[in-house]
Write a protein that binds this ligand. Structure first.
Ligand SMILES: Nc1ncnc2c1ncn2[C@@H]1O[C@H](COP(=O)(O)OP(=O)(O)OP(=O)(O)O)[C@@H](O)[C@H]1O
Ligand SMILES: [Mg+2]
Length: 290
């Protein structure tokens, strides 16, 4: 099948900033909160990013620290210019910090070369973008396999895995459709399936519902809920409170600093789910009568 060009492409001890959940771990019901040691999807330690321009240096991140345990679901929020995209670029191995440490699993990406970063990016990061970023010439199943193509792994086993993921996101009957034959929500489902194909450290989602109506937003957030229930780690950037409240935790940045890091209570998550469902039902009802 036609595929795009392949992209170019030790660890130190740090003091863990700890869990925002305190001693109670809300989503490991069988583990003792005191003794459970959870693996980290990522550890962000004193992260600084400076952009050096001709006349000035912009400190986009000024020493941000937080951990994301495996299985967490984190919404990153903050005003425009607060450093969200800068942080996301580093989590996605698209850029490196000026100082500080950034661990993905056991790998300290702050110490890596560009080639090593590209390797990690293609093998272990699942990206979901606002604009889906699917390849128009490829079918659903082929789009899901794109990260595997970058690793030189394409065969019946990989295709079977892509079909399985398409089915998991509810597109089992659209395997040979191309993106322009799909709705926005269906295209985002393909992007989510694609993000899972390389068994990522986490799904990194940048405004994943920014282009979607309320009905489809509800569907995509329900899919994230389901994936997180299955143990997938999700890190999502959003400007919308009702999207952030579906996460287990909200991290806010301000002026390149961590402003707050708070768990979202289950009752608040439930209320956000209910509100979204009701708004989606109201839209559906309106469409039904018009
Ligand atoms: N490549 C760059 N060169 C110089 N400055 C940059 C660069 N990228 C970002 N910045 C600056 O770093 C700061 C943080 O930018 P960033 O894009 O991370 O913000 P953001 O929180 O994602 O904002 P938004 O919500 O508007 O997307 C801003 O002051 C921005 O102008
Ligand atoms: Mg941004």
């Amino acid at each position: 099948m036609p595929m795009p060009d392949t992209p170019s492409s030790e660890s130190r001890t740090i003091n863990s900033p700890g869990s925002p959940y305190g001693s109670v771990d809300p989503y490991k019901p069988n583990a003792s909160a005191d003794t459970a040691v959870r693996s980290m999807a990522t550890r962000i330690d004193s992260l600084v990013k400076e952009y050096v321009l001709k006349s000035e240096t912009v400190r986009a991140l000024q020493g941000v620290s937080f951990d994301v345990p495996e299985g967490d679901y984190v919404a990153i929020m903050g005003p425009s210019g607060s450093g969200k995209s800068t942080l996301l670029n580093m989590l996605g191995c698209l850029d490196q910090p000026t100082s500080g440490n950034l661990f993905l699993g056991d790998d300290n990406i702050s110490l890596m070369t560009d080639d090593q970063l590209a390797e990690i990016r293609s093998r272990r990061i699942g990206f979901v973008f606002q604009s889906y970023n699917l390849i128009q010439q490829l079918t659903v199943v082929e789009n899901i396999q794109v990260p595997l193509y970058y690793q030189g792994k394409l065969g019946p086993k990989q295709r079977a895995r892509a079909v399985e993921l398409a089915e998991q996101v509810g597109l089992g009957d659209r395997l040979d459709h191309r993106p322009n034959q799909l709705s926005g929500g269906q295209q985002q489902r393909v992007a989510i399936a694609r993000s899972l194909v390389n068994d990522p450290y986490f799904i990194l989602a940048d405004e994943p519902t920014g282009n979607l109506d309320s009905v489809t937003t509800d569907e995509i957030l329900a899919l994230f809920d389901q994936l997180n229930e299955e143990g997938r780690t999700i890190i999502l950037v959003t400007h919308e409170d009702d999207v952030a409240e579906r996460a287990r935790r909200i991290v806010r940045l301000k002026d390149g600093l961590l402003y707050s890091d708070e768990p979202v209570e289950e009752s608040r998550r439930d209320a956000a789910r209910l509100a979204q469902r009701e708004s989606a039902l109201a839209v559906k009802a309106k469409q039904g009568v018009s």
